[in-house]
Write a protein that binds this ligand. Sequence first.
Ligand code: SF4
Length: 237
Amino acid sequence: MSEREPTLEERAARERALAQLARTVEACRKCEIGYSRTKSVFGEGDPCAHLMCVGEGPGEMEDATGRPFVGRAGELLTKMLSAIGLERDEVYICNTIKCRASYREGTKVRNRAPTPQELINCRPYLDEQIAIIRPQVILALGAPAAKSFLGPAFQITRMRGRWYEGPHGIPLMVTFHPAYVLRQGGMALTETKRLVWADLKAVRARLDQLESAPEPVSEGVPSGAQPAGPPEQPTLF
Ligand code: SF4
């Protein structure tokens, strides 16, 4: 174990803190969607994870299961992580909002974007998760998650693939949401995968850099995507 790895006591303390916070979220009814949801989706993974992945919010399957990133998008996220040598249970996965934002259309329940007030109401829970886990890197998946950290002017096609300073000065990378990748086809799919792969490699390189640093890194977060090692082809996911 490296000297910066948490002790067993520290791990247990983080698990307890997250479990307590999850109970608070489960009981939360600050928004209307707190009543319409099936299950709250708090987040899951290693409480001492070096990487935290943050998406927008639960969809139908997440709402039904209470777990983030399940279904096809979740499977793709697992493959994306595997492509940079990470098992899903080694990272921490959650969303900016913990209840499914939805509306009724006849007998159907449809997803919708969270309202600004819902995002504000739910933000303290994400902030507390980040404070408990203290990841070395945050990966925001999709424009809504990125905007929640970097403001409404963030444009994912123009501004992804660079390092930003996230909460507590944690390096923050933005890439496309796996569900967006799955909606692409043909050349657009190839190009989107190429961009996601570049972002993932930058995350891997940053984690390697931080994990091999003799002392905790205290300098500012560099801007611009960082080159990472091989392989170069994006067919790993
Ligand atoms: S979305 Fe967040 S703040 Fe709103 S009810 Fe659900 S847990 Fe509470």
